[in-house]
Design a protein around this ligand. Structure first.
Ligand code: ASP
Length: 324
């Protein structure tokens, strides 16, 4: 018998549609009753740790989830499922991936339709996630996201559609595997995984998206707030309007780590272009290219790196290393 801990944190998966047509939080989580799921050889324990719509999720709440998982692992649990709102699911999943030792399977899931809507996907996703968390094949795969039959690496998965049940995708590498009629099938192996021990999370890490016609004002406004770090979703392979550069330089002059990702849906950020504001100039200024992550994930990584005390070259290497 495998013992799986379900940590509920809120989101649509635990909500329902009210008479006015709005989706709201429930007093009683519809997932609390696991009878009828048809799980064989798996016992599910439940912890209602949080009940948050996921736009209310914070790095401190993520730390609480991480600590709860480590406590359960120390007590001998075989695997953990975290249910979560989908809006920030990818951030929590990646935070856990960055901060948990890879000792037991940890699977994050949610739902796009609340519990009493026609075609509700929560129970199906939850059951699939429990099956993955209990699977021997899920060991050493880092934190996983299971959604709509797909199994994804927390490192790359992202929410791609506002309402479709087929919303979670890994735009670069696709699925690691699938859950098909209770069978957990892995087809890809995760290469490399490092974790970083933290006991607190720093605040003041900002995320800014570049746009055509952007000037330096946003960067100066962030600078005035005394930031700990800034992630820029730059254009294309990693370029910015040249007029923003003096303001970005003012951040760097204050020793604020500035990390660059691409605002593109898929692909790598790389210093390719040599025109003013092109990636080559940005890299030579001291901006760190974080090749494969999207903006929200790079921000999570920067929070984790700063929270464990990394700075300067060590922080830059951590952010630039695609496999840590
Ligand atoms: N807005 C909801 C949330 O993230 C969406 C969901 O859970 O699917 O809490």
């Amino acid at each position: 018998m495998k013992k799986i801990l379900a940590i509920h944190t809120g989101g649509t998966i635990s909500m329902s549609l009210n008479d006015q047509g709005g989706v709201v939080q429930n007093e009683q989580n519809p997932l609390d009753n696991n009878e009828g799921l048809g799980l064989t050889g798996i016992e599910v324990e439940t912890d209602e740790l949080l009940n948050l719509p996921s736009p209310h999720m914070t790095p401190s709440a993520m730390l609480k989830i991480k600590n709860r998982i480590q406590q359960a692992a120390a007590a001998g649990i075989d695997g953990v499922v975290v249910t979560h709102g989908t809006d920030t699911l990818e951030e929590t999943a990646y935070f856990l991936d960055l901060t948990l030792p890879n000792t037991i399977p940890v699977v994050v899931t949610g739902a796009m339709r609340s519990s009493n809507e026609i075609g509700a996907d929560g129970v199906f996703n939850f059951k699939s996630a429990v099956e993955v968390a209990a699977a021997d094949a899920a060991q050493n795969k880092g934190v996983l996201v299971v959604f709509n039959t797909g199994i994804y690496s927390a490192r790359y998965v992202t929410k791609t559609h506002t309402t479709s049940v087929d919303t979670f995708k890994d735009p670069i590498y696709g699925t690691l595997g699938t859950v098909d009629h209770d069978q957990v099938i892995f087809a890809q192996q995760l290469i490399g995984s490092e974790y970083t021990e933290i006991d607190h999370v720093v605040e003041g890490v900002y995320l800014v998206k570049a746009y055509a016609g952007m000037t330096g004002e946003l960067f100066d406004a962030i600078n005035a707030a005394k930031p700990r770090g800034v992630v820029i979703e730059a254009m294309g392979a990693g370029n910015l309007p040249a007029v923003t550069l003096p303001a970005v330089q003012r951040l760097l002059d204050q020793q604020v780590p500035v990390v660059l990702v691409s605002r593109c849906f898929s692909g790598y950020a790389q210093p390719i272009y040599a025109y003013p504001g092109g990636g080559i100039e940005l890299q030579s200024m001291g901006i760190v290219f974080c090749e494969q992550l999207n903006g929200p994930k790079a921000r999570m990584k920067l929070i984790v790196g700063l929270s464990c005390g990394k700075s300067g070259r060590t922080l830059a290497e951590y952010m630039a290393n695609a496999l840590s």
